[in-house]
Every structure is written in C-alpha cells, then in structure tokens.
Design a protein around this ligand. Structure first.
Ligand code: F6P
Length: 544
C-alpha cells in the first residue's frame, strides 16, 4: 500500500537543502575527490552520474529514507503484481507485463502473449508482402494515425531506430490540423499505403477526424477495397467495427495499459513493421531488463529510484521548476517530446490519491532538443539565465553506423566532448577572475577586460545528471523509456499522487465540443464568455 504523505517533503529535506544551498558544486567537488565514484551508479548496461547534482552523502541518505518512508518498494511491488493502483480509474497498471514481467497474473500474461503474436505476425506479413495492397503489391508505406500516447512513443521510436528500419516507410499523422494529413498523404500513393488507426479509446476527436480523411483518400483510389488498406490498434472493438475495420485487422490491448505507456502493446505495431518482429522483441527485452532491475535492486542501487529521488530533490529541496532533457543523439530528437507527455501528463497533478491537495510542488516543466543543436539555441539561458534549470544529458559510448568509413569516430568524439563540456560549464562556471585572466592571456586591454568580464562570467552551480548507454539500438531504447517510466512513478509515490490518470485533459476537450457548433453558426454563441464569443465571431467572419 502507498503511504499517503502527511508532511511536506520540503520540510523533511529542509536541513539538507539549507546546507547545500549554502555550498556550491565547485566546493563539493573540491571537498571530495571521490565524488564521481560515490554518486555514479552502473546497472543494466547504463551508467548514471549524479555527482554534478547538488547533493552530498547525508542528503542522499535522507532521500533514500524518504523513499522508504513513503513506501516506494511496496508501491512498486503492488504495481508489478497488478493491484488496482490507478484508484481514480479503478484499474491495474500493467505495461510492465507487456515486456515479459513474470510478476503479473498468469491470465494477463497469456492474453498479452496471444495478442503480441497476432500483431507481430501481421507486422511480419506486411514486411514480407503477404499482407498486401488491394492490387496484390506489397505496401511501400504505412501511415499511423494517432495522438498523444498513440503517436509519440511509436513516432519517437521509429526515428530513434532509423538504422534498424528495413521495412516499409512509416509516417505519422497526429494533429487535427488538416495540414498534417494533407502534407503526409499528398506525398504518398494510396494504392501502396497501409493506414493504421491507433487509439486506445477510439473516441479521440483528432484521430477519428484524421481517420475519416484517410479512409476517404483511400476510397477515392480504391473504392470498396479501401478496407484492405486499414487496420486499427485499440481497446474498443465495438468502435473499430463501427468504423468498418474487420476484426482480423484490429489489434487490441487492455485498460491496464495507459495511453502514454502503450508503445509496448499493439500501439507499437508501426515500430514492429519498421524494424521487424525480432528487433521489436529486443526493444521489449531492454525494457524488461530495467523492470527486473527496478523490481530487485536495493533502493540505493536502483536506477529509476535514484532518478526519481533526484527529481524530488531538484523540485522540492532546490525549488527548481524546469527540467531540460538533452540527448546527445540526433535520432533521439523526439525523446524530449515523448518524455513531456510521460512526465507532465503523469505528474502534473495537485491532488493526492486521498483527495487532499498536494503538500509539495509536483511535476516539472520538461523540455529539450538534441545536443549539440540545443547549445546553439536555448543553452544561453541555461548557463546565464536568472533561473536554474535542471538538466539530464544522455549520451552513447558509440554511435550507430557512419556515412563514410572512418568519418563516424570524429563526429562522435565531438558529440561526446560537447556533452561533457556542457555539464562542466553548468556545474563549475567561470569566475570573474578566470574570465579576466583568460581575456588578458588573449591580449585584451584593461578597459576591454573591465567592460566584458561581467558578461563573460558564469555563476555555475547548475545541476545536471549524465546518463550513458552503449549505443542506441532497440534494446537500449527500451531501457531508456522504461527507466523514465519508473522514475515518474517513483516521484508520484513520494508526492502521493496517481501517475496513471489524466483528468486535466478533460475540460478542454469538453469545451471544444461546445465551441465547435458556434464556429459554423454564430447564433450559437449563447453561454460563451465575451472573449471566446468575440474570437469566434472574428474567426468565422465572412472575410476570414
Ligand atoms: O489527451 C489525453 C489522452 O487521453 C492521452 O492520455 C492519450 O495518450 C491520448 O489522449 C490519445 O488517446 P487515445 O489513444 O484514446 O486516442
């Protein structure tokens, strides 16, 4: 059972926060030459270096004690065993069972395995051409229509695993903005395109609107045969049937798989089509390796637990609000967007599981872009802005593939050097004396030094965590995603919130339903506030 908090974390951690706020990372490193050894952890083929976070051994112990007191291990075990921990929706949370967790009930494992065999067999048939287009030709392109968890995971994974993609080309349409469907479909041949409609609920406005457009696009070219170019990934078989997709083309999952945790289910079909069933299994195995580690490792060696505790430390002891995720890996370009949903939709909550308001600030603003590109856009603010931004830097020990023999190593050396240099600059900065000395060494005159030294000074003392993996392959990607999934869960347990519901997305959806009719008939603006009514009138004016 989760222990619902009765005392604010900021209170519990206060003495440690005070002590460390009075110090800085330069001093912490100067005091302890073994800081890297003390605060870096290796497990499951990953290394995480927490030594550039503003913590010390006592703070670390206090965080571990907090995890104990808040029942992190018990909550983890309850989740893995399939207890209905998503209390506001009355559901179990079993995405871990999709990747082979032996902790889940046998019946759950059996239904998962059966459905996995179905969708992986379909992926294999699409790839081989056995599941062919209406004219009998193999599909050259696959379009996944979905949004949120039915888009971000697969889209991120297909991009991340590009060197392993040897099946039909996979495209993604998410936005209800018709430009998304138009720009994607206009470039494709409907006679060679398979459309996957991915929606857990099969009620999502964006997805159904795009699906109707795609079906019409197929019908123009194929007439009644359009149905052979459609498949659905959903828990709602009634709605998929009503949409006209035959049961043999519907690949299911269950309500115990949350949308943002569903890439491991049939929602992963576009990934399996792109990389093939065997590599998809490796992706699942990577995630399972982290699950097994999360389930068994002691808290002080448990990577997701430690990542979660650092999240709590950043937010509730250091008072930080923003969390940059910077993969030094171009192919992880969509990983920050994926994490945004995972983290912000899970932990952007203000009510505890027992209905009381939270005792501490919860989820952080997650954002990011790949390095080194991010260095040339928003890193200025990270280094010298008024607010301190927590940063996770992700980097591989090796890159995957190279354009020309021998060229890859140079690229990768620069990439790794930049990743490390940025965390150094954030942590240690550059004092005014150092800035002055450097300018003098470069031959600047006294007046120039006086004028520019304040601008060339970096306060430093800005925390980062560095996460190192071997190389970005399907197994590693599975590990990275599972690691962050569990990190988010650990934080939620400590905050006493439910990571697995998302009531905060409901209101806007309901209000959009009320605004839509007014946009085609302005006599229907009754009940709208004057701002919204005014904007409706302007947007739908005859000259618009
Ligand atoms: O907008 C919130 C949300 O419910 C997400 O949690 C979910 O991933 C997304 O919408 C899409 O939902 P569905 O897969 O049911 O279309």
């Amino acid at each position: 059972m989760t222990t619902v908090p009765t005392r604010a974390i900021s209170d519990v951690l206060h003495p440690h926060a005070q002590r460390l706020k009075a110090s800085d990372l330069r001093a912490l490193f100067a005091q302890d030459s073994a800081r890297f050894d003390r605060f870096s952890v290796q497990a499951a083929g990953l290394l995480i270096d927490f030594s550039k976070e503003k913590i010390d051994a006592d703070a670390w112990q206090a965080l571990l004690a907090l995890a104990e007191a808040r029942g992190v291990a018990q909550a983890r075990d309850a989740q893995l065993a399939g207890e209905p921990i998503n209390a506001t929706e009355g559901r179990a949370v079993l995405h871990t069972a999709l990747r082979g967790g032996s902790w889940a009930p046998e019946q759950v494992r059996a239904e998962i395995d059966e459905e996995k065999q179905r969708f992986l067999a379909f992926a294999a048939r699409v790839r081989s051409g056995d599941a062919a287009s209406a004219s009998g030709e193999p599909f050259t392109d696959v379009v996944n229509i979905g949004i949120g968890g039915s888009d971000l995971g697969p889209a991120m994974a297909v991009r991340a695993l590009r060197p392993f993609c040897d099946g039909p080309t996979v495209h993604f349409i998410a936005n209800v903005d018709g430009a998304d469907a138009m720009d994607t479909l206009a470039a494709l041949d409907p006679k060679r395109t398979l459309v996957l409609v991915a929606s857990k609920t099969f009620t999502t406005l964006e997805t159904l609107t795009n699906a109707r457009t795609a079906r019409a696009w197929l019908e123009v070219a194929l007439g009644d045969a359009a149905g052979t170019h459609l498949a659905a990934l959903s828990t709602n078989r009634e709605a998929t049937a009503a949409f006209g997709i035959g049961a043999d083309r519907v690949f299911g999952f269950w309500d115990y798989v949350g949308g943002r945790y569903s890439v491991w289910s049939s929602i992963g079909l576009p990934v399996a089509i792109a990389i093939g069933p065997e590599r998809f299994e490796a992706f699942l195995q990577g995630a399972h390796a982290i699950d097994a580690h999360f389930a068994a490792a002691p808290l002080e060696e448990n990577l997701p637990v430690l990542l979660g505790l650092i999240g709590i430390w950043r937010r509730n002891a250091m008072g930080l609000t923003a969390h940059a995720v910077i993969p030094y890996e171009e192919r992880l370009a969509r990983f920050p967007a994926y994490l945004q949903q995972l983290d912000m939709e899970s932990n952007g909550k203000s009510t505890m599981t027992d209905g009381r308001p939270v005792l501490d600030p919860t989820g952080m603003i997650v954002f990011g872009e790949p390095g080194t590109n991010a260095q040339h856009s928003f890193f200025q603010l990270c280094h010298q802005g008024s607010d301190i931004i927590a940063m996770d830097v992700l980097v591989g020990r090796r890159s995957v593939g190279e354009l020309l023999p021998g060229r890859g190593a140079e690229h990768h050396r620069h990439l790794m050097a930049n990743a490390l240099a940025q965390t150094q600059a954030l942590a240690f900065g550059r004092t005014e004396e150092e800035a002055r000395a450097q300018m003098a060494a470069d031959g600047a005159d006294e007046q120039t030094i006086d004028r520019l030294a304040p601008h060339r000074t970096f306060a430093g003392d800005r925390p980062s965590t560095t996460l190192v993996y071997d190389q970005l392959d399907p197994e590693t990607l599975g590990k990275l995603i599972a690691l962050y999934e569990h990190k988010v869960f650990v934080e939620s347990v400590i905050w006493g919130i439910n990571a697995y519901d998302q009531w905060g997305v409901e209101l806007g959806k309901a209000l959009a339903k009320a605004v839509t009719p007014a946009l085609s008939d302005t006599t229907r603006t009754e009940g709208l506030d004057s701002s919204t009514a005014g904007l409706v009138a302007y947007l739908s004016a005859p000259d618009a």
